[in-house]
Design a protein around this ligand. Structure first.
Ligand SMILES: C[S@@+](CC[C@H](N)C(=O)[O-])C[C@H]1O[C@@H](n2cnc3c(N)ncnc32)[C@H](O)[C@@H]1O
Length: 262
């Protein structure tokens, strides 16, 4: 507790030196071992790879190139937890199918991380007027994704919320808005509670499509049970896609695509 809030516990005179020592300890590995930020954070390493690889790419090809570079990094250079190209195609198709039925107004992603999933959604929504919103409380996700969107040339098309999913659901409710497509890809334990909150607040528009990633691994068993056997089975029509973990074909995973019957 003292290390988290030294001035609050010890007062300014004693607490301030402790605060400085704690911060020095945090940046110590960088100084002492000469580590760069990209060696510590895979998100920054992937962003670095995109920035270098996209330099001479023309404006109209930048979005595709940014997506390809992240996938190349994920497959060949390190492990990333973005949805990846294989499961990403399932998300793309779900959104395309939804767009064939009617023009969505609001598309939301829970869990931004690098911003890769958002780029895929932005690519599918290229000729759409839908608002694309992505939500992540983590400052590293916020800053890395902002740079990635800028490099890919889509920064002005994306509404970024540096906040928790449940707060954003309540905000949308206060604004009287509804969601037409929801990509749930944040903390697995929150999938079901956030879905229930969205239902309780009547935030899902009729025909809203809800895509759940990582249903098998790391796994959201309660969400799966709710959608397939529980009350969700009457509220949604769900397709179960057997696939594999991002950039790791040896490990099976499931993506669910659920259409809200309203
Ligand atoms: C698996 S990653 C998201 C990957 C991203 N959807 C993609 O495919 O590129 C999960 C992210 O969820 C974020 N997260 C954690 N708690 C959250 C919350 N309550 N609301 C929204 N995002 C959250 C984490 O910070 C992390 O960046």
């Amino acid at each position: 507790v003292v290390l988290q809030d030294p001035k609050g516990i010890l007062g300014h005179t004693l607490g301030r030196p402790v605060e400085i020592a704690v911060n020095l300890a945090k940046i110590g590995p960088y100084i002492v071992f000469g580590l760069s930020s990209t060696q510590v954070h895979p998100q920054l390493a992937a962003l670095d790879y995109v920035i270098d690889g996209i330099e001479n790419v023309s404006e109209e090809l930048r979005l595709d190139k940014a997506i390809d570079l992240v996938d190349d990094f994920g497959w060949n250079r390190g492990f990333l937890i973005n949805v990846g190209d294989v499961k990403g195609r399932i998300v793309d198709s779900a959104l395309l199918e939804r767009m064939k039925r009617s023009e969505p107004k609001l598309v939301v992603e829970f869990g931004t991380f690098l911003g890769y999933g958002t780029l895929r959604l932005a690519r599918v929504l290229k000729n759409s007027k839908a608002e694309l919103m992505t939500v992540d409380p983590d400052v590293l996700a916020h800053s890395v994704s902002s740079s990635l969107y800028e490099k890919a040339g889509v920064r002005d098309r994306i509404v970024m919320k540096k906040d928790f999913s449940s707060n954003v659901l309540r905000e949308l409710h206060r604004e009287g808005r509804q969601i037409d497509f929801l990509f749930i890809d944040h903390v697995k334990k929150l999938y079901l509670s956030d879905l229930k909150l969205a239902l309780e607040l009547k935030l899902l528009a009729k025909d809203c499509v809800v895509v759940g990633d990582n249903i098998l691994w790391p796994g959201a068993p309660d969400y799966k049970e709710f959608m397939l056997q529980g009350p969700g089975a009457k509220l949604f029509e769900t397709q179960v896609h057997q696939t594999h973990v991002e950039y790791w074909p040896e490990f099976p995973d499931i993506v669910t695509v659920s259409r809200f019957l309203g």
